[in-house]
Design a binder for this molecule. Structure first.
Ligand code: GLN
Length: 309
């Protein structure tokens, strides 16, 4: 019952709330600019059917890059590790998530890992299904299973807002198509990717997903092995090495918990065998991570001795 002892969670939240003034809401996807920069919320699930939460836990936000971990798990289950890693590498980049530079300078020119946009786009192109409709239905079904919430949907408004402005992501796709990393229609892939990024959750959904990863793919409530343990392990390793973009090294030192962030302000985190954590704080630092969310993770990890190192 580790997380039930966290009765100072509201105090920790109050402590980090001023940090929301230090960041900025993402606006390069215009619809994300509507978020309230001062929101901050957290939920923590443990394996004994308990969760605790504080702050703006009911606000819906889009997964954005957090969806990359989920589609990676699905692609590994659909295609197997050999195929996936023949197209995408396993190394951190040290570059911003949307950078194109390593695609050109690395040889062979496959994306360095599945957590940067290029790698995630390549992974999304591997999701099994006839048409986008079936592929998106499979992704949504998987997220609903992980979060144990059949009501989860994607926001068509956010998806379209990104689709209309995602010229850099399009260029990553064309570059990869030229080099045989992806095939098929780029606009179709962009349509699927923007929908996947626009899946809406709240902190509680995210914490529940985190718990499944914390338990190596096993849902302790339904007793279902949703993700094979080896796949969950691969996903968590990427969360440690590249989950917080090019701030992953510092996060490993300060926090030491596998985590994945998204530009809508979400952070998904998992403490092995113990708890899943979902955070929402849309004010971001210059690397795209929630400023207050990072601070909250640091305080929690220190207090609970949750670092894996
Ligand atoms: N949909 C966003 C993009 O591709 C996701 C980026 C992110 O959350 N870092 O730009």
């Amino acid at each position: 019952m580790q997380c039930m002892e966290l009765n100072n969670l509201p105090d920790l939240l109050e402590q980090v709330k001023p940090c929301t003034n230090e960041g900025k809401v993402a606006t390069y996807i215009p619809a994300l600019g509507e978020a309230n920069a001062n929101d901050i919320g957290i939920a923590i699930y443990d394996k004994e059917h308990h969760y605790i939460s504080a702050g703006n836990t009911e606000v819906n936000f889009t997964l954005q890059s957090i969806s990359k971990v989920i589609t990676l798990a699905l692609a590994l289950m659909d295609r197997g590790t050999d195929y996936v890693f023949s197209k995408v590498g396993m190394e951190p980049t040290g570059d911003p998530f949307n950078s194109i530079i390593k695609l050109e300078t690395s040889n062979p020119s496959k994306p360095l890992n599945p957590m940067i946009n290029a790698g995630a786009l390549a992974v999304t192109s591997m999701i099994a299904g006839e048409e986008n409709e079936e592929k998106m239905a499979r992704i949504l079904h998987f997220v609903r299973d992980l979060a144990a919430n059949p009501k989860i949907q994607y926001s068509a408004e956010v998806a379209i807002s990104e689709l209309e402005t995602a010229h850099l992501n399009r260029s990553l796709c064309y570059y990869m198509k030229q080099n045989g990393i992806i095939d098929g229609d780029v606009e179709e892939l962009m349509d699927l990717y923007t929908k996947q990024c626009s899946i809406q959750v709240n902190c509680i959904d995210l914490a529940r997903i985190g718990l499944v990863f914390a338990m190596d793919g096993f849902d302790p409530y339904t007793k279902e092995q949703i993700i094979p343990p080896n796949v969950a392990k691969i996903c968590k390793t990427f969360m440690v090495t590249c989950g917080m973009y090019n701030a992953s090294g510092e996060f490993a030192i300060r926090v030491g918990i596998p985590a994945k962030s998204g530009v809508a302000g979400g952070i998904l985190a998992c403490v092995k065998g113990q708890v899943g954590i979902g955070i929402y704080g849309p004010a971001l630092d210059n690397k795209g991570n929630s400023v207050a969310g990072l601070k909250l993770m640091e305080l929690l990890s220190m207090q609970e001795n949750w670092s894996m190192f």
